[in-house]
Each structure stands twice: as structure tokens, then as C-alpha cells.
Design a protein around this ligand. Structure first.
Ligand SMILES: [Fe+2]
Length: 261
């Protein structure tokens, strides 16, 4: 069976939309490019807005409504107000009102169980954290997925980021990824697309980590705008980057990882 053919899953993974610092042409063209792959699930791993302003959340809402459903969205550090009192009094109110009321959403589809975690607490401006409760949720929600189904975890901060970007609670999360037998870990934050096989130390567990670039913002870190399509069947996980090219999008690097059931 070829990944992406009937019987397989197609996951569209976008990140760091940064509405408010976006390119309108990229917004229009990426919606069409995502729709063309007819995804089973569309995942957005945070930073929907540039500065968590209400009008930016409204622009983000409009974009999210135009992406193929079902949608799993998690909050990024840019979705928390930067310096206003709102950051400390009600840091997630705008996100919950205009994007999604659940900060740690769960989505169950035939052949796929997905969990999103919010990794941007109000007292960290850039780096992330995963709590004990969230680690437990990885084990209970994803560990209970039916045998053979794809177990997907999405969060904004890549857990293996080094230095100042290191995620607090990372070791706890990695243990939970093994205990919950997670197949796919989706993240963003860096604005640079990447993918790789993660080995969880002390266990036999392996999973595929995918970091999506920025799909629509001007903060391209010199690598341009991109999003990622992930095709999964019982044999393989195929990760294909899609890069903005002219007025459209073109295939970029593709990597194929064997799927161990
Ligand atoms: Fe970002």
C-alpha cells in the first residue's frame, strides 16, 4: 500500500501562521495547496497570531475556518498577550474565545487518535513546558488508542530543543511518549521545517518528530515559507515538505520512516 492512498491517512501540518505579520498571498495560496491533498486531519501547532491581539485572532479564525476540517490546533507563545495585564489575569481568554476553548484538545478519528498540548505558560515568554498532568494525559489518552491506530501528539515547542529553548518537563514528556506508544510528534516554533526519528532513552520506543516551518508569516529565518504533509499507512510514515514557490507551492524534501506496529 502506498502512503496517502485509500486506507492510509493524510495529515496536513501547518505552524506559526502569525496573523498580523502574514503575507496575504501566502494565506490564499496555502489554503488551496492544503485542500489539494484532501487531508484526513489538519494540525496547526501554534502561534496563530503575531501579538495575541483580538483583530489578529479574528484573522486567524478566518484562516482556520478555510482550512480542511477536522482541525486540531494548539496554542503557541505568540498567542499569549506579551506585556499587558491580560497576560497575567486571563492569558488564554482570547485564544479560547476565538480559536478553541480547549487548550489540550483530543480528537478521535477512525485509525487516528490525536492529542494537543498547550506548552506556553504565562510565566515563560519563549520557551515551553509540559506539566505532570499533561504527561499523564499523553499516557491515558494516547495509550488507550485502539491497536493499530496512529497516536499523534501536537504541541508548539519541539521537545528536543536545546539551550534556552529547552522545554521544562522534557524528560517527563519523553517518558510519556514511550508509555503512550506515540507514533507521531508534531511541533513548530523554530520556523524551520525538519523531521527525524526520536529514540526514547531507556526504552525500545521510536517515534517520528515533525517540525513544520512558518506557513504564512514573514519571519522565515532565511528558509522561506513551508508546511508539511504526512502520509501514514501500516508500513510507513512519509513526510513531505511543501515550500512556497512563486505564486504557489512545490514539493521539497521528502523523508520516509518505517512504521513499527
Ligand atoms: Fe512562531
Amino acid at each position: 500500500m502506498t502512503p496517502g492512498r485509500p486506507g492510509g491517512l493524510v495529515i496536513a501540518h501547518l505552524s506559526d501562521l502569525h496573523l498580523g505579520a502574514h503575507d496575504p498571498d501566502a494565506v490564499e495560496s496555502v489554503i488551496a495547496d492544503v485542500a489539494a491533498v484532501r487531508p484526513t486531519l489538519t494540525v496547526v501547532t501554534g502561534d496563530c497570531t503575531m501579538r495575541a491581539r483580538v483583530h489578529q485572532f479574528r484573522q486567524a479564525r478566518d484562516l482556520l475556518d478555510r482550512l480542511p476540517a477536522p482541525l486540531l490546533v494548539v496554542l503557541g507563545n505568540h498567542d499569549v498577550p506579551l506585556v499587558s495585564g491580560a497576560r497575567f489575569v486571563a492569558p488564554y481568554r482570547r485564544y479560547r474565545r476565538l480559536v478553541h476553548r480547549d487548550l489540550d484538545p483530543v480528537l478521535r478519528l477512525p485509525g487516528l487518535t490525536a492529542l494537543g498540548l498547550h506548552s506556553a505558560p504565562r510565566w515563560r515568554w519563549k520557551s515551553g513546558r509540559v506539566t505532570r498532568r499533561q504527561g499523564d494525559a499523553v499516557v491515558t489518552v494516547l495509550g488507550a488508542a485502539p491497536a493499530g491506530s496512529v497516536r499523534l501528539l501536537a504541541l508548539h515547542h519541539p521537545p528536543r530543543a536545546p539551550g534556552l529553548a529547552r522545554v521544562a518537563g522534557r524528560d517527563r514528556l519523553l517518558r510519556a511518549l514511550a508509555a503512550g506508544r506515540v507514533d507521531l510528534l508534531l511541533a513548530g516554533h523554530t520556523h524551520v521545517p525538519a523531521s527525524g526519528l526520536v529514540r526514547v532513552a531507556g526504552t525500545a520506543h521510536r517515534l517520528v518528530e515533525v517540525v513544520a516551518g512558518t506557513a504564512t508569516s514573514g519571519r522565515t529565518r532565511g528558509v522561506g515559507r513551508s508546511w508539511t504533509v504526512i502520509r501514514v499507512d501500516e508500513r510507513a510514515i512519509v513526510v513531505e515538505e511543501r515550500h512556497q514557490a512563486g505564486s504557489g507551492w512545490a514539493p521539497g524534501r521528502t523523508r520516509c520512516f518505517p512504521r513499527r506496529l
